[in-house]
Design a protein around this ligand. Structure first.
Ligand code: NAD
Length: 499
């Protein structure tokens, strides 16, 4: 249970067993459809007797356009940090203008490392081609390409840094197994692209291999993410818990949510060590904003996850059962309304009214919710391993050069070599073009020039500095460097394509 609680005298409502403990939460209504679906959801929570002490903040579009490029003011930050639990409506990130995504900022600044997205089908009440799906996507939430470290390096080339860390991998992969154990699930699937990204995705997969045997009762498997995504889209019922780096998780969780019936059905929890944030999977849907037609289900599902997180299991069950019963009754918003299955097409408000009328009622066809035994997951603190023996073996020097023939560039660079660092390879977009490149390889103005130590020699930082100094004198336009290391004798950098 969250520590941020206080005793309340609130009476029971609509048959829900009401705990006497009130939890302080922060709420933001958000943009687009946010205010409509938040208002509907809070009405349901109130009627169900959720014990919440709500502080409301403004984040998103209005804050951005008032000149705060982060989308959140300092006082709003204080409230979020004080209450620790944040229930957030979807927001709109204005295009261009240097605005940073508030969602990414919140997840990273608050250390919300795990993004949990359950995707179920509610067949035959909600139409789907996948009647038996019950998948939980657990997405790493802070790292990967979402570190947001991007640079334009030459006229023709921009770069985004993909950062994967051992603590990040250990935390999310252990979280996925603990989640599976906690919820009585049978299998954890890991998806990466480590056949291509051997260092970054390779580390994620390696940590999965290390942690999986510690959970012998849970089956584990690894799939390359392209075929993995295809299988999720084709036969989601073969999956149970799926753990992934940030970008793949973002994409696959939208796929899973959409094929369950509507992107409007999915909720998500963003879990950190001290704070957590609950929101719908979907965005602010400006195309349908203000029309009272949005499906509030995604936010309702997020609310149910939040209630479980703060220990209000009975209220969570009451809301979930009333929501399931409403779906069974065929009372549907436009996105899931189908003439064949639905009885009544309703707007956001009427859908919420129907759920409130069903509070205390169990679903008659789908299994009623049972959250007894759910526990907050606490992970062991990360323990740093003994440092590996790290040896400098060379340097990749990235050069902006508008020439055509890599032999000409090599001739320029051989002048700046020293005894410890000899030019060993030039690549363009990762493909080896020198020595012995192919005429067919298309080249941009961005060249990676590898200087390596001759066999048995070792490299000092001073050797690299000397190369860089000579390069400056020779008018070689260096845009960045990457040191090449071996860790305990294992190469810590990729080879060139074709090397
Ligand atoms: P979106 O999820 O807002 O909408 C995609 C489609 O799904 C639209 O056709 C929309 O009408 C429909 N849809 C979404 N939610 C629905 C609901 N509850 N009921 C019925 N239909 C629903 O995605 P988008 O259009 O790509 O993004 C719109 C804005 O939302 C962008 O500014 C984006 O940055 C933002 N966004 C915010 C979040 C967040 O706050 N967590 C997440 C994703 C996108």
């Amino acid at each position: 249970m969250n520590a941020n609680t206080q005793i309340s005298q609130r009476p029971k409502a609509n048959g829900a067993k009401v705990s006497s403990v009130k939890t302080a939460i922060t709420v933001s209504y958000g943009d687009g459809i946010g205010p409509e679906i938040m208002e509907a959801t809070l009405r349901i929570l109130d009627a169900a007797g959720a014990q919440l002490d709500i502080d409301t903040i403004e984040v998103g579009e209005k804050v951005y356009t008032s000149g705060v490029t982060t989308g959140i003011s300092n006082t709003a930050w204080d409230t979020v940090r004080k209450n620790k639990i944040f229930f957030k409506g979807p927001i709109t990130t204005p295009q261009g203008g240097g605005y940073k995504s508030l969602n990414v900022t919140l997840r990273k600044t608050l250390g919300l490392y795990a993004n949990v997205r359950p995707c179920n089908s509610y067949y035959p009440f909600v139409d789907t081609r996948h009647p038996d799906m019950d998948v939980v996507i657990i997405r790493e939430n802070e790292e990967d390409l979402y570190a947001g470290i991007e640079h334009r390096q030459t006229d023709e080339v921009v770069q985004c840094l993909k950062l994967i860390t051992r603590p990040g991998c250990e935390r999310i992969i252990r979280y996925a197994f603990e989640y599976a154990k906690n919820q009585g699930r049978k299998k954890v699937t890991c998806m990466t692209k480590d056949n291509i990204m051997k260092q970054t995705d390779g580390l994620f997969h390696q940590v999965f291999r290390e942690i999986a045997p510690q959970y012998p009762d849970i089956q584990s498997e690894h799939l390359i993410v392209d075929i993995g995504t295809a299988l999720v889209a084709d036969s989601p019922e073969r999956f149970d818990v799926v753990v992934m780096p940030n970008l793949y998780g973002d994409i696959v969780s939208d796929v899973t949510s959409q094929i369950s019936g509507s992107v409007g059905l999915g909720g998500s929890a963003n879990i950190g060590t001290s704070c957590s944030m609950f929101e719908a999977i979907h965005g602010s849907a400006p195309d349908i904003a203000g029309k009272d037609i949005a499906n509030p289900s995604g936010l309702i599902q997020a609310a149910v996850m939040m209630l479980n997180h703060i220990g209000q299991f009975e209220v969570a069950e009451t809301v979930q059962n009333a929501w399931l019963r409403t779906l069974e009754q065929g009372i549907h918003t436009g996105d899931i309304y189908r003439k064949s299955q639905s009885k009544k097409r309703v707007g956001t408000r009427e859908f919420a009214d129907a759920i409130i009328a069903n509070l205390g009622v169990q679903p008659q066809f789908m299994s009623p919710a049972n959250f007894e035994g759910f526990q907050a997951i606490t992970l062991p603190e990360y323990t740093r391993r003994t440092a590996s023996k790290k040896e400098l073996k060379g340097v990749d020097v990235f050069v902006d050069w508008r020439g055509k023939d890599p032999d000409d560039l090599a001739a320029k660079l051989q002048v700046i070599e020293n005894p410890a660092l000899k030019l060993s390879m030039i690549t363009n977009r990762g493909v080896k073009v020198w020595p012995n490149g192919f005429d067919e390889t298309f080249c941009t103005d961005h060249w990676r020039c590898r200087f390596s130590a001759p066999k048995d020699l070792w490299v000092r930082k001073e050797d690299i500095i000397e190369v860089l100094q000579k390069a400056a004198i020779s008018n070689v336009d260096i845009i960045k460097t990457e040191n090449l290391y071996e860790f305990d004798g294992v190469r810590g950098y990729s080879l060139g394509q074709g090397q």
